[in-house]
Design a binder for this molecule. Structure first.
Ligand code: NA7
Length: 484
């Protein structure tokens, strides 16, 4: 006869994924859950990224929890601060705060005698039956390997470490990078800058995405008729997943052609042919994560803006010296240089069964089983593990799908008279072989450098359609797991 166990679960990270995991665990009747959060506020990426112009680039009515519709989104793509408010609102509504231990960075997790022993920066936290990592992907800032930053006399900072006390008005601003972040900053600050210099190493494809305000009448309609808001959620998810995501993995050639056309047409709006040539990428649309913007090309054509494509040689007291010998004099340097996306939950030291660490297991690249579990690490569930669908989709939808999959395994731990569940090594091997076999069909493998690709050349994303992901997440293949 099976007995129901009382499980004690640790969630690592109080961002969008961690908040959702706690709410859903409680809903499933699992109440002994603690979230460890290293910062002193929830919100994850939306807490850390508060640079001017920060918005989501998935339309807001598609970028929300499935269980918490929001009729109040102010714009087609909500500003970051509004998303942070939404997360705080959801956390308040579901009494999440009470379960969060702020200022606790998880430094160690050891699997011993069927339990995870968790240690944070404040000391040992005891034994847990399962751990859910919700530590995000775009989390650890990446600083450029350019010498001399300490010599710069002005202010310099990474976009995810924004200095709120630096007034940009009338300043000579330099931004390094041309990813989504730099693109958003460009539109937001160019008008107030005395001069605005964007240092581009690689041109990026940009699709135009209207991001205007949502009219009051539409908000009122969504308040009055939630079923219409639900249809909008489903429409956006469908558009994103079956068109865009499918195009990128080679499953919808017509949608891909359309995407290419839209990007090329948008690029044509750049009036100066020389500038247009500099802004023209030499790789396929979507190989790097596609940028969505409604104002970048306009902004970079402003009279006080300059796009610099010369290699940066070093930082100096007065600004940035490029390889052509020119000193670009600056007051503020913004490092929009992205994130170490393959670090995931590390530097946390994780030791699984038989004393093997996660660092050893991932020595030649991060690998798991279906992005949620890792062989040898029982009862360890990752939201955003290796080969999660990352890219131009709603992370919230991805996270919910992964959590629902993990929950099925957790419920087996609770109700199935077992104390341990982990994927079989051969199942993980088959999964990773299938990933490697499929990846060459995707646009990410067509010859560009991107944050999807690690130093070994592994591509970290999900190479199939989003529909297949949802299908795989809907029910575990129980034969692929070993239990104790
Ligand atoms: P990204 O997309 O990783 O962009 C980082 C940018 O910084 C990119 O243009 C890089 O050029 C550039 N970069 C990085 N290092 C250097 C050095 N050393 N010199 C010059 N340029 C450099 O980060 P974002 O923050 O914009 O966006 C991250 C994700 O957040 C985004 O995709 C969304 O999911 C939200 P490169 O292209 O590598 O030549």
């Amino acid at each position: 006869m099976t007995e129901t166990r009382k499980l004690r679960i640790a969630i690592i990270g109080a961002g969008a994924s961690g908040i959702m995991a706690l709410i859903k665990l409680r809903e499933a009747g699992i109440g002994d859950v603690t979230i460890y959060e290293k910062a002193d506020m929830l919100g994850g990426t939306w807490r850390d990224n508060r640079y001017p112009g920060v918005t989501c680039d998935v339309p807001s009515h598609g970028y929300r929890y499935s269980f918490e519709p929001n009729a109040e989104w102010s714009r087609v793509c909500a500003p970051g601060a509004e998303i942070l408010d939404y997360l705080k609102y959801v956390a308040r509504k579901h009494d999440v705060e009470a379960a969060i231990r702020y200022g606790h960075e998880v430094v160690r997790a050891d699997y011993r005698d069927g339990k995870w022993q968790i240690e944070t920066s404040k000391g040992p936290q005891g034994a847990f039956d399962a751990v859910i990592t919700a530590t995000g992907v775009l989390h650890h800032p990446s600083y450029p390997d350019i010498p001399g930053l300490e010599d710069f006399a002005g202010e310099a900072f990474h976009t995810s470490r924004w200095k709120d006390d630096v007034d940009l008005k009338g300043k000579r601003i330099g931004v390094i990078g041309t990813g989504s972040t730099a693109t958003q900053i460009t539109g937001a600050v160019v008008d107030e800058a005395a001069s605005y210099t964007l240092f581009q190493r690689t041109a990026q494809w940009i699709a135009p995405l209207p991001q205007g305000p949502i009219p009051e009448e539409q908000k009122a309609l969504f308040r009055a008729r939630p079923e219409l808001m639900q249809s909008e959620y489903e429409r956006i998810s469908h558009e994103n997943n079956s068109k865009f995501a499918a195009a990128i993995v080679g499953a919808n050639p017509r949608a891909y052609e359309k995407l290419v056309e839209v990007c090329r047409d948008y690029l044509e709006t750049v009036r100066d042919p020389l500038l247009r040539a500099k802004l023209t990428p030499d790789y396929s649309v979507g190989c790097k994560r596609l940028i969505l913007s409604e104002n970048f090309y306009e902004a970079i054509q402003k009279p006080n803006a300059e796009l610099v494509t010369e290699r940066i040689e070093r930082f100096e007291a007065g600004g940035i010296r490029t390889a052509d010998g020119r000193l670009h004099e600056l007051d503020v340097i913004v490092l929009a240089t992205g994130f170490n996306t393959h670090q995931l939950m590390r530097p946390m030291e994780v030791t699984g069964r038989n004393g093997k660490t996660l660092n050893e297991t991932w020595e030649k690249g991060n690998e798991g089983y279906l992005a949620v579990t890792v062989p040898g690490f029982p009862n360890w569930f990752m939201i955003g593990g290796p080969n999660s669908p990352i890219g131009n989709f709603s992370w919230l939808l991805t996270a919910e799908n992964q959590f629902n999959f993990a929950l099925k395994l957790i419920l087996r731990l609770r109700d199935g008279n077992i104390s341990e569940i982990a994927p079989k090594p051969e199942a993980a091997k088959a999964f990773n072989e299938a990933v490697r076999a499929k990846l060459p069909d995707t646009v990410w493998a067509t010859g560009c450098k991107s944050w999807y690709i690690d130093k070994f050349g592994n591509i970290a994303s999900w190479p199939w359609t989003f529909e297949k992901f949802q299908e795989d997440m809907s029910e575990p293949v129980w034969d692929d797991f070993e239990v104790a």
